[in-house]
Ligand binder design. Structure first.
Ligand SMILES: Nc1ncnc2c1ncn2[C@@H]1O[C@H](COP(=O)(O)OP(=O)(O)OP(=O)(O)O)[C@@H](O)[C@H]1O
Length: 311
């Protein structure tokens, strides 16, 4: 497909800060983000509830102005790139579902852009050709999300920004959605999506940017992020043995007791196991590498009281 290509990165945040509230009740929702996304990359913004993902996306789309720092989209100011149809977005809004057919909606949205994607193509890419003549308010949640994706594609954008696009979908609908997203990305387009699902970030993004309290705390491939929280888990049956002192074993930096089993996180599993053996504590022992979830948990802070935790 012909693309309006340009030079330079797709997205650049430079020291972006966004503060909400006043006086002593302020929240630094975005607290100094520096981030460059190259054209053609698929990047996941991964963070817990309230981490600042939606606020970062609102700055990127020009829906909010940063208090300091700046944001550039496809080499221009966000509003300019959005107006030209160079960016498509799916936000977490609860707008009412229109009572028109899928094709009518997409044709209408396409008509508002200077050089739209042919309607047939955006329907196919979003995987909604088969329900194009059905009314949107009669579709399933998964289909509606894909119609919203078709809306995001209507202007023939070079970049799509998706804010938790699969939050309310079941496993099958999610898989179908990500299939459509990847087909769009394979055309050389750029995708930036936010999620709190680790597996989705790992499976669908080339790069994961972990956000916590408005800051970037890790940036790289899933494997690289796992490595940044180097270490292994050593677990064994307690068999009624003592739990105190386990945190003092060589290499150990965290201890968890689950029923009759001890789980130790360690930087030096060899040394931990040797000492456990010396103490005669080796019962049903297992050593396993840190997972992406371990990495995520150790990089981000738990949600505060006001935020619900759904990770
Ligand atoms: N308009 C606003 N006014 C006041 N505070 C806000 C506003 N928007 C966001 N916040 C606060 O800024 C912080 C970041 O919120 P944001 O919605 O960007 O996080 P998020 O990572 O997208 O979370 P979620 O996964 O729940 O969507 C939170 O503490 C939130 O309460």
């Amino acid at each position: 497909m012909e693309k309006t290509t340009g030079n330079g990165p797709a997205v650049v945040f430079t020291g972006a800060v966004k503060v909400f509230g006043r006086a002593e009740r302020t929240v630094r929702a975005v607290d100094g983000i520096d981030l460059t996304v190259e054209r053609g990359e698929t990047v996941a913004l991964l963070g817990r509830n309230g981490a600042g993902k939606s606020t970062a996306i609102s700055l990127l789309l020009g829906l909010n102005e940063p208090d300091s720092g700046g944001v550039q989209l496809l080499g221009s100011a966000p509003e300019q790139a959005v107006r030209a149809g160079r960016v498509g977005a799916m936000l977490q809004d609860g707008r009412p579902i229109p009572r028109v057919t899928v094709r009518e909606l997409i044709a209408f949205v396409a008509s508002t852009y200077p050089s739209p994607m042919p309607v047939r193509e955006s329907l196919a890419l979003a995987g909604v050709s088969a329900c194009a003549d059905r009314r949107i308010d009669k579709l399933s949640g998964g289909q509606i999300q894909r119609v919203r994706f078709a809306v995001a594609l209507a202007g023939n954008p070079e970049l799509v920004v998706l804010d938790e696009p699969t939050a309310a979908l079941d496993v099958e609908a999610r898989r179908a959605f990500w299939g459509s997203m990847r087909a769009y990305a394979r055309r050389g387009n750029t995708v930036l999506f936010s999620t709190h699902y680790l597996e989705e970030a790992d499976e669908n993004a080339d790069r994961i940017v972990v956000i916590d309290r408005g800051r970037i705390v890790a940036d790289g491939s899933g494997d690289r992020i796992k490595e940044s929280v180097a270490g292994n888990h050593v677990s064994f049956d307690l068999a009624g043995g003592p739990t105190q002192g386990l945190e003092l074993l060589p290499g150990v930096n965290a201890v968890e007791i689950r029923g009759d089993r001890a789980l130790l996180r360690t930087d030096d599993s060899d040394a931990t196991v040797i000492e456990l053996a010396r103490l005669g504590r080796v019962r049903n022992l297992r050593v396993s590498p840190a997972t992406l979830e371990d990495a995520f948990l150790s990089l981000t802070s738990p949600a505060t009281d006001s935020e619900s935790e759904t990770v």
